[in-house]
Design a protein around this ligand. Structure first.
Ligand code: RNT
Ligand code: ZN
Length: 422
């Protein structure tokens, strides 16, 4: 895109939003405070670096596609994320999974991982001005093959996973300490069953016990924030998921933990946007896993759809940007993976920008006056206001490729880097 037209379009957009009482410069400033945690696992289809040719195994999640260029080493993965960071405006974070440690060709069991295995990530994050977030990896492992980890009735397995998650918290807290920026450590487990179980209760009692053991160790809140992620069903856990929404919401409220809402983890007619103002009445902070469900499946590349718009609107309307941590969570191996990151990150940013550009005060007034036609009409009109011009301008002033210019940048990266990978 030509920079002249970007500037001109912004001047007009600024005028049009000013007529609605909205300051576009302020909206851009607000957007700068929205950091998106980039999930490292989109670059390599959730393979990780425990073994040279690791692939995602089991655990109710699946990646499809074999588009060329998958990151095969830690250095390739970092190179990919650095590329992404050059194609999205603002400062972001990096979201790591435990299987992405820098193990230096050593086979380190998950109940043996230590902060030193993540030191090179911490250094890299520092260098790139990124906060870190973290996740225990309770899948792709023989001890998860029967479908249970922290809620397992097999005490050897359960203890192994408890130790793994404890170690993850230690690593996360150490990263938070070194970066002087709290790390969100998010626990998701695949536990559940394909067919109708009889003993749901014992698994949930065991999960509660495991979590209590894990959280018995306290870390300063300035370094570590603990969060728990629920799910409705997964592949192979269609009939029951141990860590359901009720389970973790209850746990989080009672134990002052963060609750992670992955918008692919609910019934398709449920809206995560609607849940935010309910949960924020009882829980201090939320972690979002922003994704896109398609029919029965989750984990598609985030786009600027109604769902993500409502999520961002509800956070902004509740004045809760500071209480919500935003991470992406999807994996698509069927298209250029760097492109998948950039499309999803830009879509999430656009949703927040759209929300910041909303004349909420006017809309609330209409609502209070019971002028619901007028409210509906204004909400509809906002959908065709020039918010794209504001986003383009934000990219422009951030020295980031504007509009469709980023597509050719990714094509070039594909030719010069991704296609050359074995
Ligand atoms: C799985 C959960 C979980 C994972 C990541 C890889 O259903 O959404 O967050 O996607 O941990
Ligand atoms: Zn998730």
């Amino acid at each position: 895109m030509n920079t002249d037209s970007v500037k001109k379009a912004y001047v007009i957009a600024k005028e049009q939003y000013a007529e609605l009482g909205i300051d576009t410069d302020k909206a851009i400033e607000q957007l700068k405070n929205v950091k998106i945690s980039l999930h490292c696992w989109q670059a390599d289809d959730v393979g990780g670096f425990e073994t040279p040719d690791a692939t995602l195994g089991g655990g109710g999640i699946q990646v499809t596609g074999n588009y060329p260029g998958k990151a095969g080493t830690i250095l390739q993965l970092r190179q990919d994320i650095e590329k992404v960071l050059h194609l999205v405006p603002g400062q972001q974070r990096i979201n790591l999974h435990a299987i992405y440690g820098d193990f230096q060709n050593e086979r380190v069991e998950r109940d043996r991982i230590e902060p030193r295995h993540f030191q090179s990530w911490i250094d890299w994050a520092k260098k790139n001005n990124l906060g870190i977030d973290f996740n225990p990896t309770c899948f792709s492992h023989p001890y998860a093959d029967d479908g249970f980890t922290l809620s397992s009735k097999n005490e050897t397995h359960r203890k192994f996973w408890v130790e793994h998650v404890k170690r993850c918290r230690k690593i996360a807290a150490e990263a938070g300490r070194q970066l002087n920026d709290p790390v969100v450590n998010n626990i998701w487990i695949p536990d559940g069953s394909k067919d109708t179980p009889v003993d749901r209760n014992t698994h949930r009692t065991i999960l509660k016990k495991s979590l209590d053991e894990i959280f018995a160790i306290k870390y300063p809140e300035e370094y570590l924030k603990d969060s728990v992620e629920c799910k409705l069903f997964g592949i192979g856990s269609e009939s029951m998921v141990v860590g359901s929404h009720e389970f973790y919401m209850g746990y989080a409220i009672k134990n002052h933990k963060l609750l992670c809402l992955d918008n692919g983890h609910f019934h398709p007619t449920e809206q995560v946007g609607d849940k935010i103002s309910s949960i924020l009445q009882y829980i201090d902070e939320i972690l979002l896993h922003v994704t896109r469900g398609v029919r029965w499946d989750s984990d598609h590349v985030v786009i600027f759809n109604d769902e993500i718009q409502l999520i961002a609107q509800e956070i902004v309307r509740a004045n809760a940007v500071k209480r919500v941590h935003i991470g992406l969570d999807y994996f698509d191996g069927s298209i250029n993976r760097i492109g998948a990151y950039v499309v999803g990150t830009r879509a999430a940013q656009l949703a927040f920008l759209f929300a910041f550009l909303e004349p909420t005060v006017t809309l609330k007034k209409l609502e209070e006056e019971k002028k619901n036609f007028e409210r509906l009409a204004l909400l509809e009109l906002l959908k065709t206001k020039p918010f794209g011009a504001v986003y383009d301008y934000y990219c422009f002033i951030s020295n980031i490729p504007v509009g469709e210019n980023y597509i050719s940048e990714i094509q070039r990266y594909e030719t010069e880097v991704l296609k050359k990978r074995k």
